[in-house]
Every structure is written in C-alpha cells, then in structure tokens.
Design a protein around this ligand. Structure first.
Ligand code: NA7
Length: 560
C-alpha cells in the first residue's frame, strides 16, 4: 500500500533539541480536531495541531476506498457552528461520497484559516505527563518535542486499522489493501480476481463498485449485516432551499435528539399498530431514503426483542426478494443478532451485486480463513486464487487510537495498562491519572451512536468551556477519580442494558479484536442525555473532577 506524499505542507523534522511550549496540543485534524482549532483561534491560548495524514478530514481523508459514502443525510452531516457556511456549501447528493466530504473539510480548513495551525504528516507517538509542571510532553514521529498544558485527542473512534493476524499475508504475491488506508491514486481492478474480506458498512459499500470493475469478485463473509438501500440521488434544489431556510430550527431540533439527527420515526410502539399498519410503516421507511432511520420507525425496536424480530424479518424478506439464488439470499440474511445491534448499513446495490455472474459469496463463518498463500487465500474448506485482496476488516475501535500512542500519566502508569481490562473514563472524555487530557469521541462517549460532526462540536464546546473556566481560576490540573469512572461505567452499562446492543458480537463491545476485553464501549443513552450529564458536572461545581494548582518549572521527563 502506498500513500502519495503531499507537497503542500512544510512538515520536515524539527530540531530534536528544541522543545516548543504551547498551551494546547490538538491531535487529529478530522472534523472534531478542526473545530477545536477553529474555536481556539479566537482564544488567547497558543495551540498547535498534529495530523498523521497530509491533509484534513480524518475518517474522510483516510477512508477513500471505492464506494466510500456517509450513511447520514448530507444536509445533516455537516458543521452547525457557522450559518454562512451551511448556507453557502453545496452538497451534490443526499448521501455524500468521500471526495465530497474531503472537499468540504478542505473548504472549511481554508475558509477559517485552520490549515496553518496544523503540522501535517506528523504522528504523535508519545505523551508523558510531568507531575511537577502539570504539562504534557508530546513527542512525534518527526522528532518534535512540545510541552502543553492541555491536550485534546481528537483521534477518532475508528482510526486504528484491524489487520487480522493471518499467516502468509507477507507471502501473498498479489496486492492487498486495507480499506481505510486506500492509495490516493485509486486501484484499477479491471479484469482481476479480487477477494473482499468483511461485510460491515465498508465491505457493503465496496462490493457493488468493485463488482462493476473486477473480472471476478469473491466476497468472504463471516457475519451478514442488515442493510437498507440509500436510494441516493442528486439533491433537489427545493429540498436544499427548504433546509437552508430552516437550518437554525432544525439544528436546534437535532441537538435535542438522541442521535443528533432529525427523527422520522413514529415515536410509538410497534404494538400500537395492526400488522397491516406496521407493514405499511416499515415499507414507507424502507423507501424513505432516510438511511438507517428504518430502525427508528418504532420506538421499541432497539429495546423489545419481539418488535425487533418483526423488523428484522421484514428486512430478511427484502433480501430474499432481491437476491435471485435462494441459498445465497439465505446466507446474506442476518439471523444471529437483533437488527440495529450492529450499526445498520446503508447501501447502493449491495444485495443486487450477488445476482451478477462475476460475484461469489463465500461463508467464512462455517469455514474460517486459515491464511493467505502466495496465490490467494485459504479457508478450512478450500483455496481461492486471487490477484488482489481487499481487507474491509474494520478497526480496533474506540480505544485503538489512544492505546497506539504511548501515553503515560501520573505515577508512570501507562494508558494501555490502565485499560487492560477495558476502558474506564469519566463522561467518555477524561481518564483518572491522565490529567488535562481530553478525548473527543472517546470510549464511553456516544461516538458513532450520534451524528459525529455535531457530536464532536458539542464535546469540543464542553472541553473548551472547561479549559476557559480553569484558565480563569488559575487551576493547573484537572483530573477525575476511579470512583467517578466506576460511576460513569455503571451509567454506560445501564444505558446499554436497556437496549439489545449487547446481543451482537460487534466492535461496540470489542468483539471484533481477538483478546480484547468484552465491555460496552459506547454510551447509548442518547446524546441529549449524555450532554446533560456533561453540563451538569460543570454546573455542579465540577462534580466528579479534582482540581488543583501545582504549576512549577517545566522539567522534561523524556530526557531522563
Ligand atoms: P466492521 O463493521 O467492523 O466490519 C468488519 C468486517 O470484517 C465484518 O464483517 C467482520 O466480520 C469482518 N472480519 C473481521 N475480521 C475478520 C476475520 N478474521 N475473518 C473474517 N472476517 C473478518 O468495519 P467497517 O469498516 O465495515 O465499518 C466500521 C464502521 O464504519 C461502521 O460501523 C460504521 O460506523 C462506519 P464479523 O462481523 O466480525 O464476523
């Protein structure tokens, strides 16, 4: 896999002896990191942003695989902080493709002069807390040494790639690609025998596009997924105008919603309706072009297994109607977990792809992959000759990005060790023993269980409000305690227990990574509730936090 070097940014290694001092380091220039930098522009704090990629956009910079597209409506999946921006930006389609999202990120970076605040092609490799000065010492892979009073890790929920530990990967004589590290120049699969492993949101988006190009596409499926047709199309001018005229009210409404999106559901129980009425409502939702809103057409689908079964069977019936070969259709029907317990996918012709002559589905649940060979891939049942392999195998989600940085907090404790049995946080944003370090979309926050651009804005607003208040009162250290982490863990578990989310082996519970502790990693009580917890904590005299001031001269623990 190759990445094209970016010549736009001067990012060479720094003089390894010089240590830069700033007030705030922001890690990551995805949508949340960019918003943090934008907000910090107007503060008196000095700031530097580090970004591993050579451009802005985060998830939408890295995930440039064929078919990459967001599963939330474009008019909603955008920043809300600036009305002029939302009035002027023109989304081409109802569900935006990766190039449009990346273009939007670049537009925002230029429009608000954010780019100069970021050092690109620079990965933060080490964070060490200096207890003497209450500062973080930050090292990068470019040799930068920076100290900061505050660190905002906007490193994303889905950044650390999961490449399964199969024997033979290095011996494979063809090319292999992980979808989230896709070459910038694209890949030409014309006439090739391509293997695609993984049928999550990503694999489901890749399949129809690569099927059009490849000589033959073999899809290796371990677990089938529920997917709804996006019915994507160009945005109609009247629709856009309507949104523009009502943006302010709609954003307000979205902020009060659990998923930070406009709800199109009935808001009522499935059992309030006759079977015929239910069928009509589900059919309307299937054709509604509102993506995963299907799971919200009744308010008990995510909590009542019987209601869930009815909707799941509705989708299975759709799959059986689309896929002409009954055995293949049956294999594509999810039956082992409730609908919505894994994030439901939104596709463009996924199930239809299996009606093509050049697409084959292979069940690697029954016959698992045993490894790669020089010529292709082997399962316990057969071998497959392939010219190229696409890994749509997902991420070491939620904790991976943080754990892959070497983070050492108070008393020399490493974050990886502290999280050995699963992550602990307070409000999904801070970790006890790791003072002055904030995470955006971190474990135990709503993360992907809400519209992530607006969720990121709200978390960043909260973080900067905290920093502002502490700066005013000369507090140099903000920490939380293990007791408050346990309280929040309980809150996360209680919210999850009210739903059916725990019944799937998904990355929500870390089940996709062998050996990862199985704990619920996402706050699923709704962003509206979540934010109430966050603001209440500040309003109640920083409930759950320990504040202190022990600012002393700066040492440099990385040199000792
Ligand atoms: P996901 O949803 O984690 O999907 C990864 C897929 O890869 C899934 O089908 C996995 O099967 C499969 N997988 C992973 N490891 C293996 C091995 N060892 N063998 C066979 N198959 C494997 O990642 P995505 O990138 O699709 O989507 C991530 C999020 O992005 C998504 O939820 C949206 O929020 C956007 P499994 O289901 O674990 O059996």
């Amino acid at each position: 896999m190759t990445q094209t070097p970016d010549t736009r940014q001067p990012t060479g290694p720094q003089d390894s002896t010089s240590v830069r001092e700033v007030d705030v380091v922001v890690i990551g220039a995805g949508f949340s990191g960019m918003y943090a930098l934008y907000r910090l522009q107007s503060s008196s704090l000095s700031v530097i942003g580090f970004e591993a990629g050579d451009g802005v956009g985060g998830t939408w910079y890295w995930n440039r695989y064929p078919g990459a597209r967001v599963d939330i409506e474009s008019m909603q999946y955008s920043y809300s902080f600036d009305d002029a921006l939302q009035q002027e930006w023109q989304w081409p389609e109802h569900f935006s493709a990766q190039p449009d999202l990346e273009a939007y990120a670049n537009h925002v970076a230029d429009r608000f002069d954010i780019r100069d605040m970021i050092q690109f092609s620079t990965r933060v490799t080490q964070l060490t807390f200096d207890e003497g000065s209450d500062r973080w010492h930050v090292l990068t892979d470019q040799g930068d040494r920076v100290t900061a009073r505050w660190v905002i890790a906007a490193t994303g929920s889905l950044d650390a790639t999961n490449v399964p530990d199969w024997p033979g990967l290095d011996d494979f004589e063809g090319d292999w690609y992980h979808t989230s590290k896709w070459p910038k120049d694209g890949v030409d699969f014309t006439g090739k025998r391509v293997g695609l492993i993984g049928t999550g949101s990503t694999g489901i988006q890749v399949t129809p596009v690569v099927a059009e190009q490849a000589g033959h596409l073999t899809v290796f499926q371990r677990t089938p997924n529920f997917s709804v047709p996006s019915l994507n199309r160009p945005l109609e001018p009247d629709y856009v105008e309507d949104w523009r005229q009502n943006y302010s009210d709609r954003r307000k409404e979205m902020r009060g919603q659990p998923l930070l999106t406009m709800s199109t559901g009935t808001g009522r129980s499935m059992w309030d309706y006759t079977p015929e009425e239910r069928e009509q409502i589900m059919e309307r939702a299937w054709r509604s072009r509102n993506g995963f809103e299907l799971v919200r057409c009744f308010n008990d689908v995510s909590t009542d297994i019987k209601a869930n079964d009815v909707l799941a069977e509705f989708v299975r019936t759709k799959i059986r109607a689309i896929v002409s070969e009954p055995d293949v259709a049956e294999l594509l029907c999810p039956k082992t977990y409730p609908i919505g317990a894994k994030r439901i996918c939104v596709d463009t012709g996924y199930f239809e792809s299996f009606n093509r002559e050049n697409v084959t589905l292979v069940d690697v649940h029954t016959d698992p992959i045993t490894g790669l060979t020089p010529q292709g891939l082997a399962t316990t049942a057969a071998t497959y000759e392939l010219d190229a392999i696409i890994l749509a195998t997902g991420f070491d989600a939620m904790t991976g990005a943080m754990e892959r940085m070497d983070i050492t907090g108070v008393g020399g404790v490493r974050l990886q060790d502290k999280w050995g049995e699963g992550p602990t946080t307070y409000l999904g944003m801070v970790v006890s023993g790791f003072p002055n370090l904030f995470m955006v979309h971190g474990p135990h926050s709503p993360s992907v269980r809400a519209q992530m651009i607006m969720g990121g804005e709200l978390q960043v607003d909260w973080i900067l409000d905290v920093i502002d208040r502490l700066e005013d009162t000369q507090v140099s250290r903000l920490d939380t305690t293990p007791e408050w982490e346990q309280m929040w863990l309980q809150e996360v578990d209680t919210a999850a227990d009210r739903t059916l989310l725990g019944q799937a082996n998904s990355w929500f519970v870390g089940a996709n990574i062998p050996g990862k502790p199985r704990v619920f990693m996402i706050y699923s009580g709704g962003f509206d509730q979540y934010y109430r917890h966050c603001t209440d904590a500040i309003d109640n005299d920083f409930r759950g936090f320990e504040l202190s001031n022990r600012r002393e001269p700066i040492g440099d623990p990385t040199t000792t």
